[in-house]
Design a protein around this ligand. Structure first.
Ligand code: HEM
Length: 433
């Protein structure tokens, strides 16, 4: 039966095929053109990476999922050398000599779009995600006083309170011969410490049996996974953010408590229960002096950003440090002997422990073996491009970055045993000297 005269189903299928084919040809032409325009054909790298960031996205997913990020990075270096094209407009540099050229304060390279997912509430002024160096240094100057050595020493009593609680919990578990999830407690401890030095009060993670206050540990972990992926294809973040299903309509409990504290402190800058300055009091004082740049929203962004940035990396690093020490009893003994010889009391002051070489070496070694970032800290080459120390020319507007994990295991810097983890902590002192 002919319902629509002149309408043939086969014709529709043919049209669909033609339209799809044209779409594919246009897409492929765009990818090839985009790849050629980048001017990176002299840089070796995986075939797919020349045309699409999808390769980097997939590789990042594998690295996170199988916990073998550094292994993958080192495999790339072994195959393609020190400078590898990892995207149509992205280059990864494994040469340690390039680190100061890309990240040095004098280089002044802007940050790339990989930082877009780190914007808070879409604002472009959260310190971590400000792309251009000029604006970044303007905002950084506003708060640099809060991070000076004098200010940091002022926060020490806050940290001591948290150290005392952490040791109390460890003792309780030890005396009761009860197993303790040290990894989790490292996170509770670091988030409470950073909350105490930022807002003068802990989030409460170490109270009682310990718990993930405001679900922060869980949320930050999920965000680490998310940002590790979307930073490879930042336009994905925008698509997901604009999606009605993903859009958040209400602030999280964490943002509610931070927002409430910030508002209260903006209204009463020196409350009686605030015996000594914390980071927020510095931010509030800056607000009073520079209200247009450091407006109330900026105080909130600095506070919440600090809580997340300051809890996330230290907790992961502290967790690794404890793990290495727990699995290397010999190193533990050496460290304990050094602390005893220095007649350290609990909680030890920074001045008392700052010149202990084995302690310093152990901490540095844990940082070295644990790469805290899930993606290269991306920078963008300026209008003049960039010449790398090994002579390779990088054209303008190229995303460039060094993979911390692979660089930290580079034999040219750390010696032949750089990747041999069991010897790492014992070698700490030697490396530090
Ligand atoms: C083990 C300790 C830490 C590690 C490994 C670490 C690591 C990092 C890294 C990799 C960045 C990004 C740098 C970039 O993109 O160029 C960063 C930025 C930042 N971190 Fe940390 N961090 C640590 C401790 C802290 C603490 C304790 C605080 C706060 C009290 C903090 C607050 C910040 C802030 C505010 C930024 C943004 C700075 C800017 O862009 O100028 N971090 N951190």
């Amino acid at each position: 039966m002919d319902f629509l005269p002149g309408f043939h189903p086969v014709g529709v299928a043919q049209w669909a095929l033609v339209v799809t084919s044209i779409g594919i040809v246009l897409l492929l032409s765009f990818l090839v053109l985009n790849s050629r325009q980048a001017g990176l054909s002299h840089i070796p790298g995986p075939f797919l990476a020349r045309y699409t960031d999808g390769w980097a996205l997939y590789t990042a997913w594998r690295g996170i999922h199988f916990h073998n990020k550094v292994h993958v990075q080192r495999g790339l270096q072994a195959r393609y050398g020190d400078v590898v094209r990892t995207g149509p407009r992205s280059v990864t540099v494994f040469d340690p000599a390039a680190v100061p050229v890309i990240y040095g304060v004098r280089s002044k390279l802007d940050k790339g779009n990989a930082y877009v997912p780190f914007r808070q509430a879409g604002m472009t002024t959260s310190l971590l995600s400000i792309p251009d160096e000029k604006t970044h240094s303007q905002y950084r100057k506003l708060v640099s006083n809060a991070y000076s050595m004098t200010s940091l020493k002022g926060y020490e009593p806050y940290v001591d309170d948290m150290v005392n609680r952490f040791v109390e919990v460890c003792n309780q578990h030890a005396f009761a011969r009860k197993p303790m999830n040290l990894s989790l407690w490292c996170q509770y401890y670091c988030f409470d410490v950073v909350s105490k030095i930022t807002m003068g009060k802990p989030l409460g993670s170490m109270q009682g049996e310990g718990h993930d206050a405001y679900g922060l540990v869980q949320r930050v972990r999920a965000f680490g996974f998310y940002s590790g992926l979307v930073s490879q294809m930042p336009w994905l973040h925008k698509v997901l953010q604009d999606n009605a299903l993903m859009r958040k309509t209400r602030p999280s409990p964490f943002m509610k408590v931070v927002g409430g504290t910030v508002q209260a402190r903006l209204r009463a800058p020196d409350p009686e229960d605030q015996p000594r300055p914390d980071l927020l009091s510095h931010f509030v004082a800056t607000h009073a002096g520079y209200p247009s740049l450091m407006d109330e929203k900026q105080v909130l962004i600095m506070t919440s950003g600090n809580l997340i940035a300051g809890g996330l990396s230290p907790s992961a690093s502290f967790d690794e440090l404890c793990r290495y020490l727990a699995t290397h009893p010999g190193s533990q003994d050496k460290l304990y002997a050094e602390l005893q010889q220095a007649q350290c009391r609990l909680p030890a002051s920074y001045d008392h422990v700052k010149n202990l070489p084995y302690l310093e070496g152990t901490i540095r070694e844990a940082y070295r073996l644990h790469s805290s970032t899930s993606f290269n800290l991306q920078r963008v080459t300026g209008t003049a491009g960039l010449e790398l120390p090994n002579g390779v020319q990088i054209p303008p507007n190229t995303n460039i970055g060094c993979p911390a994990g692979a660089i930290n295991q580079d034999v040219r810097v750390f010696g032949a045993d750089a990747a041999v983890q069991p010897r790492a902590v014992d070698a700490a002192r030697e490396r530090n000297e």
